[in-house]
Design a binder for this molecule. Sequence first.
Ligand code: PXP
Length: 258
Amino acid sequence: MTPSSSTVLRRLGVNIDHVATLRQARRERYPDPVAAAMAAELAGADQVTCHLRGDRRHIQDADLPRLRDGVQTLLNVELACTEEMVQIARRELGRRQGDPRTHRVTLVAERPDEITTEGGLDVVANGPLVRATVERLGAAGIAVSLFIDPDDAQVDAAAGLRGLGVDMVELNTARYAERHRGELLRLQHAARRAAAAGLEVAAGHGLTHHNLPAMVAQVPEVVEYNIGHSIIARAVFTGLDTAVRDLLAIIRHPGGRG
Ligand code: PXP
């Protein structure tokens, strides 16, 4: 049965990278992304998301154990498929004695000169590397999601790694956010295909309180949204608590009911 947009309980992951961007602009100790994570959780966020980039432009290595220990919900860390990142993830996010939580890594594509993540991970072209990375993360007790473009071939390649520990895909909404024609249909199709293959479906990139309502209403298979830039930007004027609550209202009650 196809889920309807009003019956699905969706989660919001708040990406706190751009709190760290502001901190790194002055190499100061503030604003602290861990404090932002706490505030986001108090406002009702279901998950805290961050991206440790190779160039360390926002989140720093020292933030990861602080986030891991401070976050009360779940921590979702976006990482490129590099040896350096796999080692960091295994060390900082692997299952620890006495901590029942399973942290998540979302594998992303990364180019050093890009302004932000520009495209999904090409699971088809990088099959062996992605497979080896998933296996090594899974062996450390880390759940793995793959950030992919909404293409059949990518969805199918991700579904092929289910047995190794990939339980989720995050669909790249960047082109939808840029208002490319037909993108909502592509997302609908990819979300249905991924859900039918037994994968949980997340979505993210470039989502705002303007473009989110149509997505939530028309792609009910998406059960998790990871949103950063627009929340932190809005928080400058409204405060983080209100910025998070505004988006939660959209994803929990599309159409303004409730
Ligand atoms: N999901 C993934 C996989 C991302 O790489 C990013 C950007 O770091 C986001 C979600 C959040 O995107 P935005 O900051 O545009 O909301």
